[in-house]
Design a protein. Structure first.
Length: 395
């Protein structure tokens, strides 16, 4: 198998290193902005790559939506398999890219887009072959977990912890996608689409981040024997509705999510018959993520000539519907902090999303163990029946 790599940054460079000396997969061409001298002989334009009949598969690690989306479409039309680590383009264009790949007999894989080196999307793909996935979620953003770890364990402010994460190469110079929850939302969306065989529009999934988190919020969580993590939740209800959101959560200290530190991720899914499955490991970083890219290449190579290798069988359009999902929240705004009564999640999200627009920075966190709070038993709502004892809390 001869491949081309588009983008020789942290991940693309890691893929090249992992493939060195392998007899089964070789890097024939590289398309990147600044080619290091040692790779000058492989330096190629996109056109050269697409016209080279020996190139079987294109690995894309450039990131961003455009022009990458256009380039991936061109690669697929040229009959190339595509492997990408780029969650932004997958979250925005998965259906189009997968259908185009099917039309052209090409494979399309993106294991590295969620969970770094953890075999999460392939895990979902396997589980749903034999069972039905009803829920999934967990910690999917390594940068926020690192920032929270430094604040909790080392007493850093958010600004200090973010500066450290940037200096260590985890957070971008513009950290908005991580700290506003958008990266976690993309990963949640890709995971839910994969597990539920649907297509959710990205902007329709509510996302709260940690941008406005203050040390006092961590202290408030500690009062309830909780800590704070940025986490995801998606539930497919029996009537087919999808409840979904990305938000900081107050996690009880004995919850597995509370034991995930630094760049760790913890992802779980709940299957109708098999119950709870959980996955953990390093969620970001050069070789963990590059390893997932190499796994995709091996899957494609081993499954050729059947080729089309997707994660989804269907693309049913879906719209999140959080109405009737009763949750409780910690909220801190200009007037101080409070813990809400049980709220309809859709109404609560709408209310909170309007407040920054009115100039008020708000930090809010979902409380995943509300029964521990005063007035904690559920008083209303139509959330699905409680999951088995081993499952994550249903909030
Ligand atoms: N910014 C991402 C994170 C990189 O911190 O999780 C890995 O997808």
């Amino acid at each position: 198998m001869k491949i081309a790599i588009m983008g020789l940054g942290t991940i693309g460079g890691g893929v090249e290193i992992l493939l060195r000396g392998r007899p089964d997969i070789s890097v024939k061409r590289i398309f990147t902005r600044h080619i290091p001298a040692e790779y000058a002989a492989l330096d190629s334009s996109l056109e050269t790559i697409l016209q080279d009949p020996e190139i079987d598969t294109v690995v894309e690690t450039l990131g961003g939506v455009e022009p990458v989306h256009t380039w991936l479409c061109e690669a697929i039309r040229a009959g190339k398999n595509v492997v990408t680590a780029n969650k932004a383009v997958v979250a925005a264009h998965y259906r189009e890219l997968a259908e185009l790949a099917a039309e052209h007999g090409a494979a399309f894989r993106f294991s590295a887009a969620v969970g770094g080196g953890i075999p999460w999307l392939t895990g979902l793909e396997q589980i749903k072959r034999a069972d039905k996935i009803d829920a999934l979620g967990g910690i999917m953003n390594a940068t926020c977990n690192l920032i929270l770890s430094r604040m909790i364990r080392n007493g850093r402010t958010l600004a200090e912890a973010l500066a450290e994460a940037q200096a260590e190469g985890y957070a971008e110079r513009d950290p908005s996608a991580d700290i506003d929850g958008l990266d976690a939302r993309r990963k949640l969306l890709i995971s839910a689409n994969t597990a539920f065989d649907c297509v959710l529009p990205e902007e329709s999934v509510p996302a709260f981040g940690i941008r406005h988190l203050q040390p006092e919020d961590l202290e408030a969580a500690a009062v309830w024997h909780c800590t704070v993590r940025l986490s995801n939740r998606a539930f497919r209800e029996e009537d087919g509705r999808i409840r979904i959101l990305t938000a900081p959560v107050f996690v009880p200290l004995d919850d597995p999510e509370a034991t995930v530190w630094d760049c760790g991720n913890r992802l779980w899914c709940q299957a109708a018959r098999g119950g709870l499955y959980s996955f953990g490991g390093i969620g970001a970083g050069r070789f963990s993520t590059a390893q997932s890219v190499v796994q995709d290449l091996l899957d494609i190579k081993e499954k050729t000539p059947e080729r089309p290798v997707f994660y989804q069988k269907g693309f049913a359009p879906a719209v999140p519907d959080n109405r009737g999902w009763m949750t409780r929240w910690y909220v801190r705004g200009a007037a101080g902090s409070c813990i809400t009564e049980w709220r309809d999640t859709a109404e609560f999200v709408q209310e909170i999303q309007a407040r920054p627009a009115a100039g008020e920075p708000v930090f809010t966190a979902l409380i995943v163990c509300p029964s521990a709070l005063p007035g904690g038993s559920r008083t209303s709502g139509t959330a699905a029946p409680a999951a088995p004892a081993a499952a994550p809390p249903r909030a």
